[in-house]
Ligand binder design. Structure first.
Ligand code: MG
Length: 168
């Protein structure tokens, strides 16, 4: 059985994943509104991934006969001046999520809950991927700078991203 402390911590993480989903949906809307459909698509896929993270934790709580609890989702910003700003905010946010996952992992270790620790391994690996992907896009953005053609090409490239359900 899950300890109450771990159950509460996992529920907090569900809220954090849903907040991430909300943040990326907001970015997607902002890009679409500003005529950047490729960036908008990339963030819409990101929105779907974050929902999958939340659902995986909800399923895990059910599997452990614990109770998923949905809490209010805090406000998110609704506008970013440049693509660089949005992806910088994304990298900062993903680093925060990595810290949350690490602290959840530490809690699972303290509670000697080996099943939860195992479950969180996939989340630890997922965070490495998230940060690497966003860092690569920031590197690309730094390379093109203010070049309109470069931004246009990057927008086309990110428009090709399709949602693949993460294996959690
Ligand atoms: Mg996530």
């Amino acid at each position: 059985m899950l300890s109450k402390r771990l159950e509460d911590a996992l529920n907090e993480q569900i809220n954090a994943e849903l907040w991430s989903a909300y943040l990326y949906l907001s970015m997607s809307i902002d890009f679409e509104h500003k005529g950047r459909p490729g960036f908008a698509n990339w963030f819409r896929v990101q929105f779907q991934e974050e929902q999958a993270h939340a659902l995986a934790l909800i399923d895990y709580l059910h599997a452990r006969d614990a109770r998923p609890v949905l809490k209010p989702i805090a406000d998110v910003p609704d506008s970013w001046a440049t693509a660089k700003d949005a992806f910088t905010a994304t990298l900062e946010h993903e680093r925060k999520v990595t810290a949350l996952i690490n602290s959840l992992y530490a809690t699972a270790e303290e509670e000697k809950d080996f099943a939860t620790r195992q479950k969180l391994n996939t989340f630890v690996a997922e965070q490495v991927e998230e940060e690497e992907t966003v860092q690569q896009i920031l590197d690309d953005l730094a390379l093109v700078g203010d070049d309109g053609v470069g931004i246009f090409q990057l927008d086309r490239e990110l428009g090709a991203r399709t949602y693949v359900a993460p294996n959690l």
